[in-house]
Design a protein around this ligand. Structure first.
Ligand code: SF4
Length: 261
């Protein structure tokens, strides 16, 4: 287990934000290892377990990587970010895996990177409320998922649908997340996603953080998911939800189109 000044890292690289409300923005990605969920569409199962080694891009946009053993120090992460022309990025994205499983390291990295220029965007599954409490003061944008139990299970549960829905935990997380300057809630819509769960999520967001931007992200087929939802379904959902929340956006993943990381 990594100590407070160390973390389990998967990779650091420079790219373009591929999803969410800041799509297209030059972004430096810091991806941490380990996740306690198993989403049916997950495109990064290599992050589920802590990684024995990480890769660090050598030169912004070079596509060349140096391999280092884990754990790595927070100082090494900052140095690697600076070597990738950190200040030229609009955002630094702290992502995973689930970054808040290593919340103290996330807070330390966020604080240090933010002081050097970019805004801090935290990509999270939206369940680790205690971890968010540690990091929230150093985050500019919380981009939290709202997980639907038809598509997502806990790593400790054998199958989907048998677990308690995640709504209550998401509400607790949301109460902290709305202290950030910007709050984005993302619902990944797969063909198997149930309208009743989506409507329940929307009701909870409407009641607890009506100012949040809700992103409906049609799933990119991956893993056990073979197809995206239909355009008709997305339009119907957008129309229905827009009558309840002021800021609703339908934004697919764009980096998959041009093959970026
Ligand atoms: S929370 Fe993220 S990393 Fe974890 S299983 Fe889901 S999509 Fe994959």
């Amino acid at each position: 287990m990594a100590g407070v000044s160390e973390l389990n890292l998967v990779e650091i690289f420079s790219s373009i934000q591929g999803e969410g409300t800041h799509v297209g923005a030059p972004t430096l990605f810091v991806r941490l290892g380990g996740c306690d969920l198993r989403c049916s569409w997950c495109d990064s199962p290599h992050t589920w377990q802590p990684a024995p080694a990480c890769r660090i891009e050598v030169g912004r946009g070079s596509g060349r990587f140096e391999i280092r053993a884990n754990p790595v120090s927070v100082e090494a992460v900052i140095a690697a970010a600076e070597a990738l022309d950190l200040a030229a990025h609009e955002f630094a994205s702290l992502t995973g895996g689930e970054p808040l499983l290593q919340a103290e390291a996330v807070a330390a990295i966020a604080r240090a990177l933010r002081a050097r220029g970019p805004r801090i965007l935290l990509e999270t599954h939206g369940l680790a409320a205690d971890g968010l409490e540690l990091a929230i003061a150093d985050v500019d944008v919380v981009s939290m998922d709202w997980k639907l139990s038809s598509d997502v299970r806990r790593a400790s549960d054998p199958k989907r649908g048998a677990v308690e829905p995640f709504h209550g935990e998401h509400e607790k997380f949301l109460a902290i997340a709305r202290r950030a300057p910007e709050l984005v809630v993302k619902l990944v819509i797969a063909p198997a996603s149930l309208d009743a769960e989506i409507d329940e999520a929307v009701s909870r967001i409407e009641a607890n953080a009506p100012e949040a931007t809700l992103v409906l992200q049609p799933v990119t087929p991956c893993g056990a998911v073979r197809e995206a939802p239909s355009a008709q379904r997305l339009l119907a959902l957008c129309t229905r939800i827009s009558s309840r929340l002021a800021k609703v956006r339908v934004i697919p993943q764009t980096h998959k189109i041009y093959g970026a990381l």
